[in-house]
Design a protein around this ligand. Structure first.
Ligand SMILES: *[C@@H]1O[C@H](CO)[C@@H](O)[C@H](O)[C@H]1NC(C)=O
Ligand SMILES: *[C@@H]1O[C@H](CO)[C@@H](O)[C@H](O)[C@H]1NC(C)=O
Ligand SMILES: *[C@@H]1O[C@H](CO)[C@@H](O)[C@H](O)[C@H]1NC(C)=O
Ligand SMILES: *[C@@H]1O[C@H](CO)[C@@H](O)[C@H](O)[C@H]1NC(C)=O
Length: 662
């Protein structure tokens, strides 16, 4: 038996069982992962190419939130963007003081993390958590380069450059339309389209084509995407590899690695702290060349570009910049990766290396919870932006799996098929178990052998703390996950629950209650891989939530206001619908009605009081789908239980939660 044969038996033994089918998948539940959905009424997403390459099942994803009780339709101003308060200047505080926490929750289909002896994994994996922010602007559509959800599900356009007219500036103007969603900027994709691909990479037996209109193969062609399909303005090479060896617009939050031994690699190579070179030719925003020699031979400048938390545009020289000591942050005079000043140095606020730890344990072929029945999660400390500006942002999670059939870190172009038949893995190979028996065919797609999945949030805002929010306080976000339908209909999303559904805090901590939902999730046919239909209470296709107190979570009835304890234990420090001085009764009504009413009597708020506003539907049909909510300070120890009244069907849907103040 030759080395290939032995390799093949290894494949049979370790992997016949674990690589069933092509789906592996990652779905984010908090914040709601879009999986490229926008607002479709269908069970399946309309356009898997809309913003990014998820490689997930078409059934995944949550619709963008609506502000009101009707669908936003084509008006992006009526979409709801989650608003999370930024951290305060926590680096100048002790412990967790000043931090805002957002607990990210997701499910991943294959296992990850854990201890090999007690819970062996059948593959290698890593999760990479990132975000991208920019200054917020008033209109939701913004400018050509603004992050936005879009009003239609169409992929943003890209006219392929003509070889002799690459710099045709009208291409961008003609391509970018503000009714389409946008994450990465047009220039980012254009740069990727025109940059040669890294030929040192392992591509197995895949044949990577030349890029259209170019006489070379560019960074849009990868092993996983050999034909260079476009997904929004995402760069396929950057998508498939991390840490990436070029500048990238994404900021690394955390890497949840196969083993903590990999952390040094991730942290030292993260673009957060490790600048990378790019070839700058005539101050253009693109170049074909990816090595110093090719760059300088062609008249380019091989330039180190930097990532940053934000730009400090008011610091106009190196001295003023690097002398700044705000919020315990470091300022650096350097060239920004997305320079808009002809690659001159400017003042950048430096980032920290990403957090890195072993991934939380999860089981293979089980798209569910992790250890102890708890959701897979990561507690993200939201950034503090020293400018005090509001930001609009997107969150991204990637899930990377590979097996030991080849060494993922030491297999490179030397094993590519251009050196005849060297690839250690081949398309649908036949393997012999015994000479006498028909060979068995393995379902192997070398484009998916070692594979990255992805999900992203809709656009959300990171809001500076207002004066009422103590810069030193800890802020916990309490949101809702899930979408309308029974479990078969919502899968691979989940049914409703509060998230987190048990929150332990200390006296004086702040909790930001907020939720978002859609009015257009009818989960209509065709059903794709699942069942269409959206069982639920109230009007078809609507998500609704509210919060009422209950005595304990084993029951199903709210306590009457007169018997409540929660509203006596909190102070309103910020509120979206209404004003700060609300009484406890007003607050209870505000939350029970998802902001339909701001207060009880017209004397306690200007707007929507129970006295002046028409009747609310018993099942919240005319209440807003999203609730900007309130930030409450807990001033009394105790355990406070609450529930949502809308869909507690058969008394055991249990959208219930507790806050334990110790
Ligand atoms: C995925 O893992 C492979 C190793 O198997 C690595 O080469 C690649 O850079 C990783 N990509 C991402 C996005 O994590
Ligand atoms: C809502 O209630 C219906 C029954 O009316 C049930 O089938 C469905 O699963 C529930 N949905 C959620 C998300 O709780
Ligand atoms: C509310 O409190 C009153 C007085 O303590 C008590 O009689 C009543 O049973 C309580 N009701 C509920 C639903 O807890
Ligand atoms: C939960 O709901 C199911 C219907 O889906 C019902 O048959 C069952 O009795 C309920 N269980 C409890 C404990 O209420």
């Amino acid at each position: 038996m030759g080395p290939m044969g032995r390799r093949a038996v290894g494949v049979v033994l370790t992997c016949l069982l674990c690589l069933g089918g092509v789906a592996s998948d990652i779905y984010m539940h908090v914040p709601r992962g879009c999986n490229n959905r926008l607002n479709e009424e269908t069970a399946t997403r309309t356009n898997a190419n809309r913003l990014f390459d998820s490689q997930n099942n078409n059934r995944g994803g949550y619709n963008v939130g609506d502000k009101g009780s009707t669908a936003a339709g084509k008006n992006q101003a009526n979409q709801y963007r989650m608003k999370y308060f930024q951290s305060g200047p926590w680096k100048t505080q002790s412990g967790d003081n000043g931090k805002t926490f957002l607990n990210i929750e997701w499910t991943n289909q294959h296992g990850c993390g854990g201890n090999e002896d007690t819970s062996p994994q059948k593959q290698n994996c890593a999760l990479v958590l990132q975000y991208m922010c920019q200054d917020d602007v008033d209109s939701p559509e913004g400018t050509d380069d603004s992050l936005r959800n879009g009003a239609v599900t169409t992929t943003p356009a890209y006219a392929q450059p003509n070889k002799n007219n690459v710099n045709n500036e009208n291409r961008k103007d003609n391509d970018v339309k503000t009714d389409r969603g946008l994450h990465e900027k047009w220039d980012w994709y254009n740069k990727c389209y025109l940059r040669e691909r890294n030929r040192g990479l392992f591509v197995a037996d895949q044949k990577l084509a030349n890029t259209k209109n170019m006489d070379y193969s560019s960074a849009i062609n990868t092993r996983q995407n050999p034909t260079g399909n476009r997904y929004g303005y995402e760069c396929p090479e950057e998508r498939d590899y991390f840490p990436y060896w070029h500048p990238s617009p994404w900021v690394d939050i955390a890497v949840l690695a196969d083993s903590a031994a990999m952390c040094n690699h991730y942290q030292t190579k993260s673009f957060n702290t490790q600048p990378y070179h790019e070839c700058i030719q005539n101050n253009q925003k693109w170049s074909r060349y990816i090595t110093e020699k090719m760059c300088t031979d062609n008249g380019g400048k091989w330039t180190l570009l930097h990532s940053y938390l934000e730009k400090a545009k008011d610091k106009k020289n190196q001295g003023a910049c690097e002398g700044t000591k705000t919020a315990g942050l470091t300022y650096q005079w350097a060239v920004a990766h997305d320079s808009d000043n002809n690659y001159q140095k400017e003042c950048l606020v430096k980032l920290d290396a990403p957090d890195c730890r072993e991934a939380p344990w999860s089981r293979s072929n089980h798209l569910g919870n992790g250890m102890d029945g708890l959701p897979l999660s990561y507690k993200w400390t939201l950034p503090h932006f020293p400018s005090g500006k509001e930001k609009r942002c997107v969150f991204r999670i990637r899930y990377n799996i590979s097996t030991d059939d080849y060494d993922p870190y030491n297999t490179d172009y030397n094993q590519n098929d251009e050196f005849p038949k060297k690839s250690p893995v081949r398309q649908n190979p036949y393997v012999y178990i015994m000479k006498q028996v028909t060979p068995l065919r393995l379902a192997i797609n070398t484009a998916q052998y070692g594979r990255v999945f992805q999900d992203r949030s809709h656009v959300f805002n990171l809001v500076p703390r207002e004066n009422s929010l103590d810069a030193k306080a800890k802020v916990y976000n309490l949101n809702v996950r899930g979408k309308r339908g029974n479990i078969v209909q919502v899968y691979p999303a989940v049914e409703y629950d509060f998230a987190p559904n048990e929150l332990r805090i200390k006296l004086g901590d702040l909790v930001h209650f907020q939720w978002t939902g859609s009015n257009s999730h009818k989960n209509g046919g065709n059903g794709g891989d699942g069942q269409a239909g959206a069982a639920g209470e109230g009007k078809d296709g609507t998500d609704r939530n509210n919060l009422v107190e209950m005595l304990d979570r084993s029951g199903n009835f709210p306590v009457p206001f007169e018997n409540s304890t929660l509203w006596d234990a909190v102070e309103v420090v910020w509120i979206y619908h209404g004003k700060k001085g609300l009484g406890k009764k007003d607050l209870a009504i505000n939350m029970a009605s998802s902001g339909y009413y701001q207060c009880a009597d017209k004397s306690s708020c200007q707007g929507d009081s129970v006295e002046t506003k028409g009747k609310m539907s018993n099942v919240l049909d005319n209440a807003p789908a999203s609730y900007g909510g309130a930030v409450l300070k807990f001033t009394k120890k105790g355990t406070y239980h609450f529930m949502c009244t809308r869909n507690n069907s058969f008394s055991n849907r249990s959208q219930k939660a507790a806050i334990i103040v110790g």
